[in-house]
Design a protein around this ligand. Structure first.
Ligand code: AMP
Length: 281
């Protein structure tokens, strides 16, 4: 396994792989790896000749400096996990290499980013879209792997890849969960024991929404209110938003006619958590 720090070296390496006819898969991460990341790495390895994992805590996607400051970092542990997962190249640039002095170019995906995470975290998707565009042009993957856990992010990345003719495939893999339903997240380490117990309300409420739809519920507003109520009834949860929306545009729905997605965000102590579920009538 090779660890590459300089963007120019990564770009050169990617060009080499391409000239040899190798397909390149990329798994972008901010490190603090868990089983969710490992499932992306497994899929990447299975479908590509060369697997690249990027490790970069991207400052431009953090709306609050304290969130960036407390984000868990463990380059050594992550490198070990990457090696064990069969990663060929870890691309771990420094902040100064990604955003050198004088850096002035940002990518804005409009429309899709107006609601939910985009509304709650000013500038978040501008940072995500910018860093993903840079990672794609530096690592030159044929395929890039993302988790459904960050559902809105998957739509934003698909949109930018299509709009900018990036000629790569975006592959989305299911959310990996703890046995009690909590979606794995690097931020889960910030939860105290009681917060950790109560955080299961998110996945439980989403599962109940899914069960209600299976049982025939088609009123999207009633579904949203039931999820909100469950979270509001949880003492350590501070609700941010609940949406039951169109799975492509993320516009809120009144009725469930075809596929839909329910998205939630809430804070428990120091950890802001998000989750989602696809609803199939
Ligand atoms: P992050 O390091 O949090 O930026 O996440 C890197 C990638 O891992 C993103 O595509 C996330 O959607 C994905 N990811 C994070 N948590 C999970 C999870 N529980 N299951 C599947 N993918 C995940």
């Amino acid at each position: 396994m090779r660890i590459v720090q300089r963007p120019a070296e990564m770009q050169w390496l990617a060009a080499e792989y391409r000239s040899q006819g190798h397909s390149i898969g990329l798994v972008p991460t901010m490190g603090a790896l868990h089983a969710g990341h490992l499932s992306l790495l497994r899929a990447c390895r299975a479908g590509n000749d060369v697997s690249v994992m990027s490790l970069f805590v991207n400052p431009t996607q953090f709306d609050r400096p304290e969130d960036l400051a407390k984000y868990p970092r463990d380059l050594e542990g992550d490198s070990r996990l990457g090696r064990d997962a069969g990663v060929d190249v870890i691309f771990a640039p420094t902040m100064e290499e990604v955003y050198p002095a004088g850096y002035a170019t940002y990518v804005a995906v409009e429309g899709l980013t107006a609601r939910w995470e985009g509304a709650s975290r000013a500038g978040h998707f501008r940072g995500v879209a910018t860093v993903c565009t840079k990672l794609f042009t530096i690592c030159r993957p044929h395929r890039a792997f993302f988790g459904q856990k960050d559902y809105q992010q998957t739509l934003v990345v698909k949109r930018l890849a299509a709009d900018l003719n990036l000629d790569l495939e975006i592959i989305v893999l299911p959310t990996v969960r703890e046995p009690d339903g909590l979606a794995l997240s690097s931020r889960n380490v910030l939860l105290g024991p009681e917060e950790r117990r109560q955080a299961t309300v998110l996945s439980r409420a989403l599962r109940q929404a899914q069960a209600a739809v299976t049982a025939g519920e088609r009123d999207a507003v009633r579904l949203r209110l039931a999820i909100e109520e469950a979270i509001r009834a949880t003492p350590l949860a501070v609700l941010d938003y609940v949406g039951v929306c169109d799975p492509e545009t993320l516009e809120p729905l009144e009725r469930i006619a075809g596929r839909a997605v329910a998205v939630v965000a809430a804070t428990f102590g120091r950890a802001r958590l998000i989750d989602n579920v696809l609803l199939e009538p």
